[in-house]
Design a protein around this ligand. Structure first.
Ligand SMILES: Nc1nc2c(c(=O)[nH]1)N[C@H]1C(S)=C(S)[C@@H](COP(=O)(O)O)O[C@H]1N2
Ligand SMILES: [Mo]
Length: 318
């Protein structure tokens, strides 16, 4: 049995500057704990009940943003493999087998090969990160993820010096993914995404295996997905089965589908509109009777990533 140490109270100074956190979650229970992860992936990532109940999150006092209620974050999804409707993933993603799960490590790395999800996360501390998620469609949520920096995995497999990009690929299993069988589709499968290596190594970039104190629901990208909080949601690729280090910028699903609408960088930017709508504001979910519109922030409010793009024209490189 593999033991995975979790940080329950996360001193933000340990990971990233305080500002990256909307709020530090107040965990219930003891201050140190271990989560047991057995030989098999998904079902064995049982997090202790004391982590919280679905409604146990407190409002985010620092900047007054509330965590999106779990029922909204798990019933309003984009996961086209299960259909294009926002409720399709919640309806159909249970068909996806996520246990056992393995991840292929390929390309310009010292240690390529196939890793079980347990091997991927072995010896890596789990952290909770409360992040805004800003979809390119101009809605947003605030989600408490459980995961770990992508850098920790890259450090394990050791990128070679000529590796410049990381490419990620989602599972494609047509028999379990009704959306991939549609006759007409706006995107091709498998879903692929990519980051520059320095973006992937940034401390804000995480792999998530859980949310709201529990294992990731399938519709949110179980058992293992990327979360890049300063980029539009489509960069945060779900249910990852392959990680490849490359020299050239990898192709990405939405850029392949409509390159004038979706760029490789996809940094949240209120000054660069989508050709068909403004990106200056966003609808924070859940919406009540009176629509809640808030101003979109550059880099989704995560200013500390600005230095990654010094000298880059962010209008051209949208
Ligand atoms: N494989 C895959 N990953 C995906 C998508 C998808 O359709 N397929 N949709 C993306 C988009 S557009 C968004 S906004 C986020 C949504 O994540 P959530 O459903 O967990 O909120 O997932 C991203 N990752
Ligand atoms: Mo999105």
């Amino acid at each position: 049995m593999v033991l995975i140490k979790t940080k329950r109270e996360i001193p933000s100074s340990e990971i990233t500057p305080e500002a990256v956190y909307l709020s530090r979650r107040k965990f219930i229970g003891q201050s140190s704990a271990v989560v047991a992860a057995g030989a098999l992936a998904h079902s064995t990532f049982a997090l202790p009940d004391s982590w919280i109940e679905d409604n146990g999150y407190e409002p985010m006092d620092e900047i007054g943003e509330d965590i999106t209620p779990k029922k909204h974050a798990t019933n309003h999804n984009n996961f086209f493999e299960f259909g294009t409707g926002k409720t399709d993933p919640a309806k159909h993603a249970h068909q996806m087998t996520v246990d056992p799960w393995s991840v292929e490590i390929e390309g310009l790395v010292e240690k390529p090969g196939k890793l079980s999800l347990e091997d991927v996360i072995k010896d890596i501390d789990l952290e909770e990160r409360i992040y805004r998620l800003r979809c390119v469609e101009a809605w947003s949520m605030v989600i408490p993820w459980i995961g770990f920096p992508v850098k920790k995995v890259l450090d394990k497999v050791r990128p070679l010096s000529d590796a410049k990009y990381v490419k990620f690929t989602t599972l494609l299993r047509k028999s379990e993914m009704p959306g991939t069988k549609a006759l007409f589709s706006s995107i091709e499968y498998p879903y692929v995404e990519g980051l520059r290596l320095d973006e992937a190594n940034h401390p804000l970039t995480i792999f998530a295996i859980g949310m709201y104190g529990k294992v990731l629901p399938n519709q949110n990208g179980a058992p293992f997905r990327l979360v890049v909080p300063w980029k539009y949601g489509f960069k945060s690729i779900k249910s990852i089965v392959k990680i490849e280090l490359t020299k050239k910028q990898p192709q990405t699903t939405w850029n392949l589908s409509a390159s004038h609408e979706y760029g490789f960088y996809a940094n949240v930017n209120p000054k660069v509109d989508h050709p068909r709508w403004s990106q200056a504001t966003e609808r924070r979910l859940p919406q009540g009777l009176i629509p809640r519109s808030i101003k979109t922030k550059m880099f989704n409010g995560y200013d500390e990533v600005a230095s990654l793009y010094e000298g880059l024209d962010l209008k051209k490189n949208f």
